[in-house]
Design a protein around this ligand. Structure first.
Ligand code: PLP
Length: 315
């Protein structure tokens, strides 16, 4: 099996939460007539949890923030999630304990339109589901990514709001991610219709120019990333100036460093874009500093960032 096929698979013993109860993951099924399956009308989150072997603890990263974002996003699709972010967080920890995970995991919750009939218009019905699968780090620090600017453009707020993390809208970034892979690159970067940079396929993007961090603003059709907010916090603590502003494609090539960040990709350095080397082609010093703080923080090894983490086993 190649690594793409292996990634994100669950063990036989895993549990999911579906329609109000825990069920074995292999029994967690929905009807093929479900609106979200037919029309992509779900909002989801990707959440990581990190295992700390010294403490024998699994720490879920920014759990409340993820559920707060999900509840706000569901509202855009006119789904009001009645459970509080706190309650959903507790259910998530309970599920991880039921699965017995003592390793790094990736959690996928989704609120989705659950009516079973043909027709675009939304009913009131919606459901909540989640599952978790073991998932190690995306890539090592030593291996910066080779990226391409995709020929696909980023969807705009007035088409499908990218900030809403709508399941159906992920065809957009999948097209870019797949195009990159088919052409021998690691990841695709998407431009907006006006040619400005939006984000990577499933990650936010940062440039480093003369020691300053720059990322694209929320109005440039990006997901308001939680890792992006972690980077801001780390940059502030390290005294690295940062700003949010639009950028052109050529600014990517002219940067000293580029990195992408997101729950899945964590913080990953970019070594080249469209075959143009970025800096010296290695993960740059500013990226390295931010990565070091981030990876310590998420595993519970830096007390300063303990408030980012929800422990699963020792409550
Ligand atoms: C399109 C897109 N942009 C950015 C991100 C990064 O967001 P976060 O850091 O909240 O995972 C994600 C991933 O979740 C994403 O899907």
């Amino acid at each position: 099996m190649n690594p793409h096929e292996q990634r994100g698979k669950a063990p036989e013993t895993a549990y999911a939460f579906l329609e109000g109860k825990f069920v074995p993951l292999h029994e967690a099924k929905i009807s093929i007539m479900t609106h979200a399956f037919l029309y992509g009308s779900g909002v989801f989150e990707g959440i990581r949890a990190y295992y700390n072997s010294a403490n024998d603890e699994v720490y879920v990263l920014k759990l409340i923030e993820h559920y707060t974002r999900m509840r706000n996003n569901a509202h855009i699709l006119m789904m009001e999630i009645t459970q509080s972010a706190q309650h959903l967080a507790e259910l998530t920890c309970e599920m991880i304990r039921k699965c017995g995970y003592r390793e790094d995991v990736y959690i996928r919750p989704m609120a989705y339109k659950s009516a079973q009939r043909i027709g675009l218009k939304w009913d009131k019905n919606h459901e909540f589901m989640m599952f978790a699968v073991p998932m190690g780090s995306y890539l090592t620090k030593e291996r910066p990514l080779n990226c391409m600017v995709s020929s696909w453009r980023r969807i705009q707020d007035n088409a499908i709001p990218p900030r809403a993390k709508v399941s159906g809208s992920y065809v957009n970034v999948s097209l870019a991610a797949n195009e990159a892979r088919e052409n021998g690159y690691d990841e695709g970067l998407l431009l907006n219709e006006d040619g400005s940079v939006s984000e990577a396929a499933g990650m936010n993007i940062f440039l480093v120019r003369s020691g300053h961090l720059i990322t694209t603003p929320v109005y440039d059709n990006v997901l308001e990333g939680i890792t992006r907010a972690c980077v801001f916090e780390i940059a502030k603590d390290l005294g690295i100036p940062y700003e949010e502003r639009s950028m052109n494609r050529s600014e990517l090539y002219a940067s000293d460093e580029v990195f992408i960040c997101g729950t899945g990709a964590e913080i990953s350095g970019v070594g080249s874009i469209d075959r143009r080397q970025i800096g010296d082609g290695k993960t740059g010093p500013v990226t390295n500093k931010i990565q070091d703080v981030f990876f310590d923080a998420v595993r519970g090894n830096n007390p300063k960032y303990k408030n980012w983490l929800t422990p699963v086993w020792h409550r």
